[in-house]
Design a protein around this ligand. Structure first.
Ligand code: ZN
Length: 178
């Protein structure tokens, strides 16, 4: 699967998030074999099994297929890997391997607003952005529309000595050059 087109770029804040920090906090990695339930939002739940020897996290859940209207049973297999911690003592840190691209990541996302049936993947695979970044992009688009010349930039951006303004100017100039 390719990247999402820019216009459909989803923000991470609208996604379900599965992160190693939470699993670690709940003690999942401390045991050889753990079964449990993950909940997302108010109603959505998934069962999970973690096998430490195999470094496997299996998610299972029921989901209503939007096309057929039938409830389907689903299973997602997520492989993990470890790296040594700086603390020594043989401690390890756990990471997910993205089920699609294999990247080592701490967080996997599910863009449920686009489609609840999409599986967990990394931020890069879904081309997700952060809310702040998107708002910033909007600001830049707005400036680009109003600015035709480098002289106009000063009128819109104002104080060019502030680092924030300088950053905006650089971005705008980059856009003007395109
Ligand atoms: Zn990925």
């Amino acid at each position: 699967m390719g990247r999402w087109p820019y216009s459909k770029r989803e923000i991470v804040e609208n996604c379900w998030k599965l992160d190693v920090f939470s699993l670690n906090r709940f003690g999942v990695f401390k045991r050889d074999f753990v079964e449990g339930i993950l909940s997302f939002g108010k109603e959505d739940k998934m069962g999970f099994v973690f096998d430490r020897d195999k470094l496997l996290l299996i998610l299972f859940y029921e989901i209503k297929n939007r096309k057929t209207g039938k409830v389907e049973e689903r299973e997602e297999v997520i492989h993990l890997t470890t790296t040594p911690t700086n603390l020594g003592k043989g401690g390890v840190r756990y990471w997910f391997l993205c089920p699609h691209c294999g990247r080592r990541v701490a967080t996997l996302y599910r863009p449920v607003r686009i489609n609840k049936m999409l599986p967990f993947r990394c931020r890069t695979c879904y081309n997700l952005t952060y809310k702040k970044q998107k708002e910033h992009d909007k600001t830049i688009d707005f400036l680009v529309k109003r600015i035709k010349t480098e002289g106009d930039i000063r009128k819109v951006v104002g104080n060019v000595n502030s680092p924030h303004s300088i950053f905006k100017i650089v971005k705008v100039l980059e856009r003007l050059k395109e």
